[in-house]
Design a protein around this ligand. Structure first.
Ligand SMILES: [Zn+2]
Length: 308
């Protein structure tokens, strides 16, 4: 009896321990400056059972009165892990959350921050409401349930234009991309720290992320505007922190590929256009972007669709 009881207790301990481990496994925090930190996902790409949906970055600013968190990850469970990671740096609570845009991997963790004011743009919220429930089903399916239970918690503070606000003494300028990557994307510029924080508008090792509901000319203009701020550090939605060199590189790449597709649209088939882009741009950009070879066909096809 005692032996059985001990075995049961041991089994319970193992189960609880692994459950606790699952929920609060520490994820590393990367210090960026005195009061700015990044939580960088090692995974880039689609949600899978292995990454449990965690494929995007979050960043946070520790102010005098609380934490400002930029993006909350792809699930409530990931949101809790992010919260736990923040607690390893400061005892101050997360008082404000900014969702950079409507894609699931940037706001599905909102449920872990019930006390926070959650900020996004008006178009981003509308897109979250349109696509959030379908995206949750998709994420749950492709991660084979490892995403965990997630309640969709929508932002309540909506921005409609560029503006500056102080959070616990830290000045933050919100920049609209004018739908560059998706409707209502927001970036944050920290003028004191000379750090720009972008969701998927800013990239590091991969081609700039374009989508069917984004506007490439707006994306190019936003990247030019960001470069003009002369940021010292550029924090991205996916991949490592980078510098303004990545931003100017992306301006050059996007400008050239957009002009090429525009010039040949209606004159060449998509296959011919892909071949032209590969010949004209492959030698340079194939060595720069990790996904150029594997993704350029899909990329050009999408750029063709965006012409109409
Ligand atoms: Zn996105």
């Amino acid at each position: 009896m005692t032996k059985n009881l001990l075995a049961l207790l041991f089994a319970a301990f193992i189960t609880c321990n692994s459950l606790a481990k699952n929920t609060i496994d520490p994820i590393p925090v990367t210090p960026i400056s005195d009061n700015v930190y990044s939580i960088v996902s090692p995974s880039f790409g689609l949600p899978t059972p292995e990454n449990k949906g965690w494929n995007s970055n979050s960043h946070f600013v520790v102010t005098e009165t609380g934490v400002l968190l930029f993006d909350t990850g792809s699930s409530e469970l990931i949101g809790h892990r992010i919260k736990h990671a923040i607690e390893s740096v400061t005892a101050l609570p997360v008082r404000w959350v900014v969702n950079s845009h409507s894609h699931a991997d940037h706001w599905f963790g909102n449920g872990a921050f019930p006390e926070a004011e959650i900020i996004t743009s008006k178009p981003a919220l509308a897109t979250m409401k349109d696509h959030g429930p379908g995206a949750l089903e998709f994420y749950t399916r492709v991660t084979k349930g490892t995403l965990g239970a997630t309640e969709l918690v929508y932002p309540t503070v909506l921005l409609t234009e560029n503006q500056t606000r102080s959070f616990g003494g830290v000045e933050v300028s919100f920049i609209f991309s004018n739908d560059g990557h998706s409707p209502g994307d927001l970036l944050m510029w920290l003028p004191q720290q000379k750090i720009v924080v972008g969701g998927d508008v800013l990239g590091s090792d991969w081609m700039p992320i374009i989508t069917g509901h984004g506007k490439v000319p707006s994306l190019i203009q936003t990247l030019k505007d960001v470069a003009a701020l002369k940021p010292e550090i550029v924090l991205t939605g996916h991949g490592q922190a980078t510098t303004v060199a990545s931003v100017t590189r992306d301006v050059a790449f996007l400008s050239q590929i957009w002009a090429q597709v525009k010039a040949d649209y209606g004159k060449k088939t998509t296959e011919e256009l892909v071949a032209t882009v590969q010949a004209e741009m492959g030698p340079k950009y194939g060595a720069i972007y990790k996904d150029f070879g594997s993704d350029i066909k899909r990329y050009v096809t999408l750029l063709v669709q965006l012409q109409s």
